[in-house]
Design a protein around this ligand. Structure first.
Ligand SMILES: Nc1ncnc2c1ncn2[C@@H]1O[C@H](COP(=O)(O)OP(=O)(O)OP(=O)(O)O)[C@@H](O)[C@H]1O
Length: 892
């Protein structure tokens, strides 16, 4: 019997023909059973489940088709050219297909991504997820780049499935993501952004979630993300499958309990191997002083020209600076940088560029340390010591991936060597010590200093890099390895091109809090009475307040030191930047200047300094408040100034706290002295320093605006203290000064323009002033000469003498011979053209003479003035010239 709807039947039949194979077709030809697509899927799922229930032996698996996987997944894998599963894939996929929670651990580059992506596709397929279903799978990673990479792998293998997938990683407009969230089956995200959506996006929920994956699970479950993760987990249904993967898997019961895993399968394929790092990875370390690191890096890059090199540093600010310096030094390869401070687009661009290029250097924070699968990296250089062995493993694992070879080099400070190497060896990391051949070393310290000297921006970068590094070291948990007291700050600053080490307030605070704590402990131990109420006690109270706003608590401020992985990049010391810039700018002016300034300080408070000296040996000193520190630094300052090398190293131990404080406060004492010159600015600065509170530049500008003080203006005062308004200057300046400030603050562009103009106006006026002075001198000389002549004549002729003397003495005005300008007004109007010419000439002169008003110029213009002496010319000429003089006088 022919089907009523031939077309439909034909479709169904041809589909059946295609899907069911020849044997089945023959058998069914008579019955002609029509299966819908949905039924075929159901049958396939049932068949897969049956195979799974029968049991899968990971050891029997050779190819992906040996797994009970859906045809679509197998097609995707084949299309992406994955045929043989790796060890972790065999084990983890088997466990996950049995719907178990999985804790997967395997060496870096061993294929963990596929080990969780395959179960994700299968879980969704079995749940018959359609694009409108909502979020059924959630993959959480610590970084955006890793999320992006997973998304790309997923896109390769999901081609035959029709699940929707999307990246939710921030850096895009929220509203765009909102649209995506509700129509996406597989969401790949970073924790912060996901939480944002879970909390704020209407209609978005995770009720249909089938499978949760945490890639780099140990990182995601550690303290940095703990809060976010707890909140996220609160939004997820309890009934779900959970897969955790990492090269350094967490076994923390506490962390796992938070995820409520149910009888998880612990899959650790390399647990019993001799080493925890890939066999193709050759690892070595060398010891290098901090101040030589930059030169070492440059030497290394120069000596490995045709390589792909990944360099790790602690903080974004270091990365920015080192990247700029390396680019300037031109090591012969493209230099890229990657860190959390870059915008999303740039991050992805850099990631792609580094993947694509063969000979390239990438300087990065730990944002690039986990999971990223850069192809063919030859070297991983850890220029800053990793926070712990796990970070080392992840960083080094960016090379020697999936059966390839690679080299990892770790650079350690002498103070880091012993404990770090011990820690690495305890984690089964084979690492050997190598030495640098100094013959092949370049030294870029000089060129870095020169670059910083000529480029303010670079110098600021260097300062930030300096601070952020010290901050990261001082907040590291592992105090055995990271000891800020062992850093030679002065030398380190020099190596970054800085003349003097920038001030480190967070360290001061830390020290203060530490000392306070120690003192409290000490007095508690001794059962001593509290100190008698002196100035000190009130000071201590202030200290308590101070320390409460931040770093007093060591443990709370401790971190892993690196500003990196998540999207909240270096929040670290950035607060200091603004407020410290002013002090750093001051330090630019050099040691000589600072010597002058700091010497003043002890004289200002001699008695206090003296009293503090007496306490110097007392541990209590370290509890003193800011004022006392300043005074007590009097001697320390002198010492530091006369012998800058005397205390190059901070010693944070009890005995040497004083020394460290001395060095710190060298900079602090400079602060008020610098601003004293600036009139009212001094008040502001004094206000801000008095209470030991630092204000930012922005705050100072605000206050200046409030007080109506114009920035970059010079006020001149007369003897009575009244402001002298230079009318001529105003006129010459025109209305440029009016446009100086914009509503939003100082307009740097117009301020600079105005200053330039002001400068040239000053030059013109100065030239006028000098001319005038010379003129007056000449006139005086002539008067004197005339008086002498008159005296001589008087000797011979009394009558004549009277007349002459009367001519001089009757009137003190030396310009008596100049006609009344009003009388000459009409003449002047006729001659005004010549006056203008004169002006034009003057301005022309000045225009040429940028170098200012040296003697030559003055004399050359004086030649013209010689002719202005009255009496040598006709009365008309004289009058015109006198008028000119009048014009000039008026102007000045
Ligand atoms: N079965 C496979 N066949 C061929 N290549 C594979 C296979 N599985 C993974 N790879 C390749 O191995 C490389 C490393 O894979 P992957 O990034 O998943 O490693 P990983 O274990 O997650 O590393 P890490 O611990 O650094 O995150 C990738 O380039 C990937 O394409």
């Amino acid at each position: 019997m022919k089907p009523t709807n031939g077309k439909r039947f034909g479709q169904a039949f041809s589909f059946k023909k295609k899907k069911l194979g020849k044997g089945l077709q023959k058998g069914n030809r008579q019955k002609k059973v029509v299966l819908t697509k949905s039924q075929i899927v159901d049958n396939e799922i049932a068949d897969l489940q049956r195979r799974i229930d029968e049991g899968i032996d990971a050891n029997q698996i050779e190819t992906f088709s040996d797994f009970p996987l859906s045809r679509n997944t197998l097609a995707g894998l084949a299309k992406a050219r994955f045929s043989k599963p790796t060890d972790i894939q065999k084990q983890a996929v088997c466990a996950a297909l049995q719907a178990r929670d999985v804790l997967g651990a395997a060496k870096t580059g061993s294929g963990k991504t596929l080990a969780f992506l395959i179960p994700v596709l299968e879980a969704l397929y079995k749940a018959k997820t359609s694009p409108t279903f909502g979020m059924a799978a959630l993959i959480i990673t610590p970084t955006r780049e890793l999320a992006f990479q997973i998304f790309e792998v997923l896109n390769k293998i999901r081609t035959a499935h029709d699940f929707s997938a999307n990246l939710i990683i921030g850096g895009k407009h929220m509203w765009r993501e909102v649209g995506l969230m509700n129509s996406t089956n597989i969401v790949i995200c970073t924790p912060g952004r996901l939480l944002h959506h879970l909390d704020q996006t209407r209609m978005f929920n995770a009720d249909e979630l089938k499978i949760l994956v945490l890639d780099e699970a140990d990182r995601i479950m550690d303290s940095k993300f703990a809060k976010d993760m707890d909140n996220i987990i609160g939004h997820l249904p309890a009934e779900r499958q959970t897969l955790l993967f990492s090269a350094t898997q967490t076994k923390s019961v506490k962390a796992l309990a938070r995820l409520s895993l149910k009888d998880p399968a612990y899959v650790s394929v390399h647990e019993h191997e001799q080493y925890s790092t890939p066999s193709g990875l050759k690892q070595s370390y060398l010891v290098c002083e901090l101040q030589h690191k930059l030169s070492f890096l440059y030497s290394f890059l120069k000596s490995h020209p045709n390589n792909k090199i990944l360099v790790f540093l602690h903080t974004c600010k270091q990365v920015r600076f080192v990247h700029t310096i390396m680019k300037r030094e031109r090591p012969g390869m493209t230099v890229l940088h990657l860190h959390g401070g870059l915008n999303q687009l740039r991050r992805i661009e850099v990631y792609r560029e580094f993947c694509q290029k063969q000979h390239v250097i990438l300087i990065a924070t730990d944002v690039a340390c986990r999971g990223l699968d850069f192809p063919n990296v030859n070297w991983v250089v850890q220029l800053d010591c990793p926070t712990d062995a796990a970070t080392y493993i992840h960083r080094a694992g960016r090379t020697a991936r999936f059966e390839r070879n690679g080299q990892a080099l770790l650079v350690l400070l002498p103070s880091e060597e012993e404990n770090m190497v011990q820690e690495l060896r305890a984690r089964k990391i084979p690492i050997e010590n190598i030495r640098v051949n100094n013959r092949f070393q370049y030294d870029i310290t000089g060129s870095t200093a020169a670059a910083c000297a000529e480029n303010k921006e670079l110098k600021d970068m260097a300062e930030r890099a300096y601070r952020s590094y010290i901050f990261s070291i001082s907040t590291m948990k592992n105090k055995k390895v990271f000891d800020v007291s062992k850093i030679d700050l002065e030398e380190f600053a020099k190596s970054l091109g800085l003349f003097l080490p920038p001030r480190l307030r967070f360290l001061e605070k830390q020290q203060k809090a530490k000392a306070e704590k120690a003192q409290k402990q000490k007095s508690a131990d001794n059962g001593q009475k509290a100190k008698p109420p002196t100035d000190d006690t009130s000071d201590n109270d202030e200290d308590d307040d101070d320390s409460s706003d931040g770093s007093s608590d060591d443990s709370s401020s401790e971190s892993d030191g690196s500003s990196d992985e998540s999207d909240d990049d270096d929040s670290d010391e950035s607060d200091d930047d603004d407020s410290e810039e002013s002090s750093s700018a001051m330090r630019d002016s050099g040691k000589k200047k600072s010597q002058k300034r700091v010497k003043v300080k002890p004289e200002e408070k001699p008695s206090k300094a003296g009293s503090d000296d007496s306490d110097d040996n007392d541990d209590d000193d370290t509890d003193d408040d800011d004022d006392e520190e300043e005074s007590s630094h009097g001697d320390g300052v002198k010492e530091a100034v006369t012998n800058p090398k005397s205390k190059p190293v901070f010693n944070l131990g009890d005995d040497s706290d004083d020394d460290a404080e001395d060095l710190f406060t060298v900079k602090r004492t400079l602060m008020p002295l610098r601003v004293e010159e600036d009139g009212e600015m001094a008040d502001i600065a004094a206000d801000t320093t008095e209470g030991s509170k630092r204000t930012t530049k922005a705050a100072v500008v605000k206050r200046m605006k409030k007080k109506g003080i114009m920035a970059n203006t010079r006020l001149t005062f007369d003897d009575e203290g009244n402001v002298v308004v230079d009318a001529l200057k105003r006129r010459m300046m025109g209305d440029v000064s009016e446009g100086e400030d914009s509503d939003g603050g100082i307009n740097i562009g117009s301020a600079a323009k105005r200053l330039r103009l002001e400068d040239s106006v000053d030059k013109v006026l100065e030239r006028q002033r000098i001319k005038q002075k010379h003129r007056e001198e000449r006139i005086k000389k002539k008067e004197k000469k005339r008086a002498e002549q008159a005296q001589q004549r008087r000797a011979g002729d009394d009558g004549e003498e009277d007349a002459l003397l009367g001519g001089v003495d009757d009137d003190d005005d030396p310009f008596k011979y100049i006609p009344d300008p009003d009388k000459l007004a009409s003449l002047g109007s006729e001659e005004s053209g010549s006056g203008d010419d004169e002006n034009a000439d003057d301005s022309g002169d000045n225009g040429d003479d940028d170098s200012g008003d040296d003697g030559d110029d003055a004399s050359s213009s004086d030649e013209d003035d010689e002719e202005v002496v009255p009496g040598n010319r006709s009365s008309l000429e004289d009058a015109a010239l006198q008028l000119l003089q009048m014009n000039r006088k008026k102007k000045t």
